[in-house]
Design a protein around this ligand. Sequence first.
Ligand code: AGP
Length: 606
Amino acid sequence: MCGIVAGVALQRSIVPALLDGLKRLEYRGYDSCGVAVLQAGGPRCIRTLARVEALESDVRAANLDGSTGIAHTRWATHGVPAIANAHPIFSHDQIAVVHNGIIENHEALRESLVEQGYEFVSQTDTEVIAHLVHSHYEGDLLAAVFDAARMLQGAYAIAVICKDEPQRVIGARQGSPLVVGLGPDGAFLASDTFALSTYASGIIYLEDGDVADLRSGNLRILNSAGETVVRGVNQITEQGGDSELGAYRHYMQKEIFEQPLAVARTFSMVRSLDATLFGTVDPNAFSGVDNVLMLGCGTSHYSALTARGWFETIAGIRAHAEIASEYRYRDYVPQRGTLVVPISQSGETADTLAALRYAQSVGEALTLAICNVATSAIVRQSNWAFITQAGPEIGVASTKAFTTQLVALFLLALTLGRQRARLSAGQVAKHLRDLAALPDAIRSVLAREPQIIGWAQELRRKEHALFLGRGLHYPIALEAALKMKEISYLHAEGYPAGELKHGPLALVTEAMPVIVSAPNDCLLDKLKANLQEISARGGKLYVLADANTRLQAAEGMRIIRLPDYYGFLSPLLHVVAYQLLAYHVACLRGTDVDKPRNLAKSVTVE
Ligand code: AGP
């Protein structure tokens, strides 16, 4: 979390590049933001608790200018959102630092720096970095940052400037992402490639322990041993999908409506249904696989839970879906033939990356990332990868990344099912036809938006809601509840419908809306009985029913009729309706849809 951008511009101001980068990084956190540039009289800094847009006005009003600078957008970890805790953080008006990550030994370092006479004015762990660099500075910022970095424990990506070296920025990373961007106007550092897409044409991915020295027209990278190293330059290719808002009011809205295209693009990657679709050279690379272990967080975990049913039923293969932050601390017993599948939109989620590394450390050798960012840490840490074609997802609430993850996982289930001779050619062809027709089916759910807005108007003043599903639609109930709480702040919980009578039924009153997925599957009759239990207790039901369920609206039961049952892929239709529902409840409640409070898009801290 937190986004950093920095650079040294050639014969022009660095400020526009810093602000452009910050706007693109705001998804990483938005508790405060700030920028510092080096000017003849010393560093000048502007920080605000408002958003980057407000920072831009302040910067304009103050005529902030200079060819070297650093900037930051914060997701608070140490210290409340406050100007004193906003970055850049200074030491003695000489050294300025922006930081993403967590310094685990900051207390010990702080004590020793206080003993040396340093005074702390913020509650941040970052301030120890600024003072540490200052304490090592003897006229060479590169040497000072290198020495200071060796004393830091934890995860960090930093960019540092010094008043006495006006054309120089030093970057360093350990555990948190940091890239170098090279372009005609200068050299830059940023938390991700997207932040530099306007200004850089070439990108270098720094490795853990690297320290980069950016000067005008000159770049040098040291590895953790202090040796000069050459890292490859990659050309920036913006991933498909437009990152501008266009006619939409919010990115989340745009991303919900992009799903037919994103799903179609992801499906269009299919050339052959074998392991090569997932980045292997050998089409039979999965032949020894008889167990799938999926790792993920939040929405990505719910895609794993959904896919677990596909792996079991379609491929007849054992499958487990683990919450990465729990798995990484378990005494997991490795099992031969396990394919470990980390799932992540960003590919930078610290818990998922750590869970993957943990699985590898205990001997799991087959790792396949399902990810939306080809250059991310999780992809690079895995043997193989399937890159979902969602395009940039800017809204904090994940939508099109989820549905494209599901497409990727469904393709993996088909591949394993085929390899294990569980599927006939005819069955494979039918599944592929369903996938090909999925964009149109999603469009027909999107067309139900006016009815969904009607539900949103009824739900907007509620305090709580329950979401229910069974089978493949239970994870969809969890995802629906997550969407609702994260963007509308309405308290919502997802439950398997059959579990209600074991406790949550006590919550059901007229005031508790119960929102239910009713696909026309083998569990429909069981689900109908669950609906009766709720109606009998005065509960108000909102049912997403497949067209062929023959459920009828009645007193206390609203129905939105979805298309006919869509088989294994039905969860991808129901979830789109829930995304729209959460979106419209949030809009009616006036929340900040794309940047909900306390959250960030990319969770790069534990
Ligand atoms: C989803 O709406 C969330 N904001 C969040 O749960 C997210 O899915 C989770 O943090 C995992 O992120 P990742 O897919 O980038 O790893």
